[in-house]
Ligand binder design. Structure first.
Ligand SMILES: [Fe+2]
Ligand SMILES: [Fe+2]
Length: 392
């Protein structure tokens, strides 16, 4: 137990709409300097090097997913929204079909609304947008999962149908935030665009091993993390004087909520048909920590930009170690993991690990916060906001 705790202290927390493996480094809470409520910052994320494992699901378990196709059709696909009922970025943006004067008035109003938001807010929103924009990577990740991948690119399997439509829904998120940011004039689009290009070229390694048990645990967690993060950027936009941006972030958050529900339903079903296998998968992902999808982010200048972005998100309370523990506790409750019976002895151990992890994460975070309070405050320049300095 002691060794697992000390390992945890090296890999905690996850700000910025991104979970991370954290190297506790200690940043003191900076003095208030903007309109938002501060949270202590104690940790900065670093990529965790792990061996790349592939195809870890026993081949016979592909049948589990085959046998669940009928269920997926009736219980998962209805969580998609028909295109005609979906919002589109156009609904929230200045309307270019208007006469030029009216269009430019709308752009001017947008720029006025965003003018009071602090720079650090834009760091977090840009990081979230870049994460959304690396969508090709996430579709690729899901399509590496054995038994559920889209075998042809237009497969009629419900798993593939879900993944394509999920991607199509998600695609609106980055598009909308990107265009809004562009029109605001508050951010350096060139550096943002470079970061997106670097990130998509780098990919990601969430440790899901082509294994849909692991993949769906990951997405269950991840979609909730983005729900939390976008919800917080919505609240801060409202507090900062931009109700339209608040609506945008809130609308995206509600998509994420619907998506998390779908992925959590899938894991719930796996717990029903293969309780021990699913429990082992949950524990495996939690032992690895949920690594946020944009962990390989780079802007061509700051090799630690993801850590820095994550630290700002943590400090501002957009996505924190507490949120990580909250999500874990939510999942333990939603999946009724504490009450599960009839498990193999290995799965019982996994159950014990998962069900007692959240309080340990919180204790470690408290200690990290304590250490952080004794350290010098630090700040860093972000290329995304024209190299202006932001406190970590
Ligand atoms: Fe999204
Ligand atoms: Fe999402």
């Amino acid at each position: 137990m002691q060794s697992s705790l000390s390992l945890q202290s090296q890999h905690l927390s996850l700000p910025g709409g991104h979970n991370r493996n954290l190297l506790t480094r200690g940043f003191r809470v900076p003095a208030r300097s903007g309109g938002f409520r501060r949270k202590p910052v104690s940790a900065v994320a670093v990529p965790l090097a792990r061996p790349q494992v592939t195809h870890s699901m026993p081949p016979e378990k592909v049948d589990v997913f085959k046998s669940l196709e009928g269920w997926a059709r009736t219980s998962v696909l209805p969580l998609l929204k028909p295109v005609e009922n979906c919002w589109q970025p156009h609904d929230f943006l200045p309307d270019p079909t208007l006469p030029t004067d009216e269009f430019t008035d709308q752009v001017r109003a947008l720029r006025e609304r965003t003018s009071e938001l602090p720079d650090e807010y834009f760091v977090v929103l840009v990081g979230d947008m870049i994460t959304e924009d690396a969508l090709p990577t996430y579709q690729t990740m899901i399509n590496t999962l054995d038994g559920v991948r889209d075998e042809t690119g237009a497969s009629a399997s419900p798993w593939a149908t879900w993944t394509r439509a999920w991607t199509a829904e998600e695609n609106r998120h980055g598009d909308l935030i990107r265009t809004y940011l562009y029109l605001s004039g508050r951010v350096d689009m060139l550096m943002i665009e470079r970061t997106v290009q670097y990130l998509i070229a780098s990919g990601m390694d969430p440790g899901t091993e082509n294994n849909p048990y692991l993949g769906f645990v990951y997405t269950s967690f991840q979609e909730r993390a983005t729900f939390v993060s976008h919800g917080n950027t919505a609240r801060m936009a409202r507090e900062g004087g931009d109700p339209v941006l608040a609506k945008i972030c809130g609308t995206i958050a509600s998509d994420e909520k619907r998506h998390e529900n779908a992925y959590q339903r899938i894991v719930e079903k796996l717990l029903e048909v293969d309780p021990s296998g699913a429990m082992l998968g949950i524990a495996d992902m939690m032992r690895k920590k949920i690594t946020m999808p944009a962990h390989l982010m780079y802007d061509g200048q700051d090799p630690r930009i993801f850590e820095h972005f994550s630290a700002v998100a943590q400090r501002m309370g957009v996505y924190t170690a507490d949120d990580y523990a909250d999500i874990l506790e939510f999942l333990v409750g939603r999946w009724k993991l504490e009450k599960m019976e009839g498990l193999t002895s290995a799965a019982r151990e996994a159950q014990d690990f998962v069900c007692t992890l959240a309080p340990r994460i919180r204790r470690l975070q408290e200690r990290a916060d304590e250490r952080a309070r004794k350290m010098q405050p630090q700040s860093v320049r972000f290329s995304w906001i024209f190299n202006k300095e932001v406190a970590l």
